[in-house]
Design a protein around this ligand. Sequence first.
Ligand SMILES: Nc1ncnc2c1ncn2[C@@H]1O[C@H](COP(=O)(O)OP(=O)(O)OP(=O)(O)O)[C@@H](O)[C@H]1O
Length: 888
Amino acid sequence: MQLRGVVVDVSDAKTVNTQYGESDLCEVTFKPEGGVAEPVTATLWGKWAETADYLEPGMEVAVYDPDEREYQGETQYSVGGDSTLVVEPDFLVDVTDVRSWVQCPRMYYLNKIGGTDHAYPVVKGTIVHEVFGDLLRGRDLDEAIDDHVDDAGLDLGLLGRDAEEVRQEVRDHASAIEGWLQQGLLTEEDEWRSEMTLVSERFGMKGRADAVRRGMPVELKTGKNTKRDPRFQDKIQAACYALILEERNGEAPDTGTLLYTKNAAVERTEESGDLSPAKEFSINGGLLNFVVRTRNEIAAMEYDASVPTGYEADARCEYCFEQDTCMVVSGRLDQESKAGKIGSAIPEEEREYFDRFYQAIEQERRAVHREYAKLWDQTPQERADDDRALVDLEPAGQTQLDDGQWELRAKGTTAVSKIREGDLALASDGNPITGAAELCRIERLDEDEVIVTSDEPVELRRLDVYPSEIGTDRMLTALHDAVLTRPPEQKDVLFGRREPEFAEVTETFVDNNAAQNEAVQLAVGAEDFALVHGPPGTGKTYTLAQVVRACVARGDQVLLSAFTNRAVDNCLEALEDQGFEDVVRVGTESGVRDDMQAYRLDTAGDPDECVSQLEDAAVVAATTASCSSRIMRTQEFDTAVVDEAGQLTEPGTLAATARADRFVLVGDHQQLPPVVSSEKANEVLGQSLFERLIDEYPDASVLLDRQYRMAQRIQAFSSREFYDNQLRPATGEVAAQRIGDLPDVDPEALPENLRDGAAFVDPDGSAEGNTNPTEAAEVARVVSEYVDAGLDPSDIGVIAPYRAQVAEISKHVPESVAVDTVDRFQGSSKEVIVVSFTATGSLDGPIFEDYRRINVALTRAKKALVLVGDADALATDEVYGRMVEWAR
Ligand SMILES: Nc1ncnc2c1ncn2[C@@H]1O[C@H](COP(=O)(O)OP(=O)(O)OP(=O)(O)O)[C@@H](O)[C@H]1O
C-alpha cells in the first residue's frame, strides 16, 4: 500500500499515553494525486514524529505500508512499525551525502560547495578502491597496483609523492583486502560483485556500493579503526545500500561489512585494540528507518535549498578536521554555524549573488533528478521516443578485457537518441532500475555495432542516458572559487564596483581586418577582461588564436577553455593553423578529437614528468567543466581565454575565469544561449556572463563586423535583425559567391528558385507530432535537386527542430548529407543549408522559443539557403513573417 501527496498541514509533535506507555506523535495531512485529491491524514508515531521538525506544507510525501483503520466512516493511517514515510521522494539524495550529513550537516554543505580538494588521502583512497575492484574481478594484485598507481601519475606528482612509496602503501592496504577475500573464498557459495550502481525510486536515494557479497553491502575505508564496531557514519553508508538492495531483491540484507584497510598497515606493537580490517554489523529495521529519516532531513532542507548550520545533528566541532574551513566559509558568507565564524564577510552584493546562483544551481539539480525519475516513470517506448534510451538491442556477446573490465556488445542500431560515443550511459538487461544494470562508457555506436565497456557484465539489451550531477556540482565549485577565494580587487568589475581598465596597445596583430586587430589589442591590453563579439563566420576562433598567441608572446601562461570538447579542439586547430603548438590539452581520450590526441596531457606515468607537462605548457586547454576539476583547481594562470562564451552560464564561465588574473571572452550572445533545463533556474542561469558584461560595459567589447562565410544575399536578414545592420562580407568574393562557383555544379540544372542565394518553399504539409512527412519529402526533393545539379552531398546540411524530424529526413537523403538540430549545427557551416521548420498551424517547438536559434540556423549557409515551411504559420510571428518575405 502506498500513499503519495502534497502536504497541506503538519501538527506539532506531542507526547501521549498509549496502552504501551508514552509515545510521541504528530499528524500530517496531505492531498494525494499531486495535490488534487481529498486530503488524508497520517499519524506519525515514535521517532517518525520528529519529522514534524522539518516537514512543511508544499513538500511531497510518500507513505509506504501504513496501518489502516476504519474509524467512524473515515480511514485513518498511521506510520510506525513496518511503515515508512519518505519526504520529497523525487529528490535523490546521494548515499555519500547521507554519510557526511550524519557526521555533520555543515560538512555536507561544505563538501557540496567547495568540491573535494586535491589531497593525498583522496587520491590514495581512489587507487585502493580501484585495486579492490580489480581483485574482485580476479586480477593479479601487483599488476593492478602498478597500473592504478601509474594512472594516478599526475595526481601524485601534483602532491609531490613518489610512485614507489605510494605503491608500497597501497600494497599494505591491499593485503587487508586480500586476506579478507581469501577468507571469503573458502566458502563455496561465495558470490562477489564490485561497484554496483544503485538508484532507489522508493526511498529517493542513489549511490554506488563498493561491493556486494552474497547480497550484503561491503564498504571499503582506507582509514584505520581499532574498535570492534564500524564507525557510525560508515555503518549508515552501508545501511543505505542495504535499503536499496532490499528494494531490488525484496529482502533486506541482515549484515553489513566495513573493511578498514589501514588496519593491515599499522604495526601491532604500536597499536592496541581490534586490528582486524573487516568489521561486520547487523542491519535491523530500526537502523534502516534511521537511514530513511536522515535522508528525509536532507531532502527537506534541500526543498528550499536552505543552508545547514551544524546544529541539526550533534557533531562535535573540536574534533573536526574541517573546523577552520568551516569557520572561514561561515565568516565570509556570514552564515550561522555551530563552529562559529572567523574573518570578515564578503560585501552584501557578493553574498546576494552567491545565494541567487546557489539557489538557481540547486533548481537545476532538481531538473537532473527529474531526469532520473524518468527511468521508472516512463515506459521503455516512451524513453526511446524521447531520445533518452536505445531499447530492444540484441546482445552480441561479452568479453573480459585485460584490465578486468568488460566489453559488452550488441547488434548495430539506426535508432536515434541523445547517447553519443564517449558518453557515460546505463547499460541494462532491459530494466535499468530493477534488472541488472551497469554504468558503462559508449565505445562504438552505429548501424554496424554497439560496443560499451563496464566493470561488470550485463546482457546489453538497453542503453539509457545517465543523468549526471557533475555539471551542477562543478558550477557550485566555480561559484565558490570565484566569490570566496579571489582577491577583492579582482571581483570589483564583476560586481560593478569599478570600470574595467585597459593599457594602450598599438602593435598590429592582424593586418587585413581592422576589427579583429582592435579586438586583439583590447584583449592584450586588458587589465581585467575584454569581450570579443563575433557574429557568425567573422573569424571568432581565428581572432581568439591571435589573442592567445599575443598573450603567450608577452610571457603569459594561458588557460584556453570552452563549454564543449568540440569547441576546445576547434580552438587548437586554429592555433595549429597559425603555427602555434605549445599546448597541452586536458581531457579524456574519448573526449578529444583524434587529430588533437598528440596534445593530450598524459595523466599517467612518471609523476614529475606529468606535472612538468602541465606546468611548463604555454597554453593549457580544457572544457569549462574540467576547469573546476580537482587537478585544474591546483593551477593558476595569467590569462583565461574562453570561446563560445555566449553559450555558457555565468558560473560555467567563472570555472575558467577564477583560475586566472584576467580574462578574454569570445562569443556571440545573438546565437544560442546557455542550455538550462529548469525554467526557474533559467531566469538566473539563462544569461551568460558574456551577455551581462557586454550590456554593462559596452566599451570593453569589440564587434567583429566582417564575415567570411555567407554570400551577401544570405547574411542580409541576420545582419538586419540581429546585428544592427553592421555585419558585412569581408571581401567581394565572399559577398558574390554563388552555387555555380563550386566545381562540377551546373546552376542551370537547378529549378529557378533554387539558383538564388535564398529561397522559400511551402510544401503544404501538416505536422504529425514532431514530424512533418510531407515537409521531409520536400526537403529530400530539394536535396536531390542540388545533388543532381552536381553538388557533393557532403556539402549540404539540413537543420530541423526535432530529432524525430531529423530522423524522418535522414531516411530520405544520402548518408553524407549532415542532418541535425540547430544546437548541433552551431559553429559549423555548409555550402548549402536546407531548414525544415516542421510546424504547421501555430509556432511552438524549440526552434521558435528563442529568435537566436533561427539566427544560428540561417547563418550556416555559404552559397545557398533554402527554407522549407508553412508560410501561414510562420507569418503569425513578426520576425518569421519578415524572414519569409526576405527569403521569397
Ligand atoms: N583576418 C582573416 N583573414 C583571413 N581569413 C580569415 C580571417 N579571419 C577569419 N578568417 C577565416 O574565416 C573563416 C571563419 O573563421 P572562424 O572559423 O574563425 O569563424 P567563427 O566566427 O569562429 O565562426 P562561427 O560563427 O562558426 O563560430 C575561417 O576559414 C578563417 O580562416
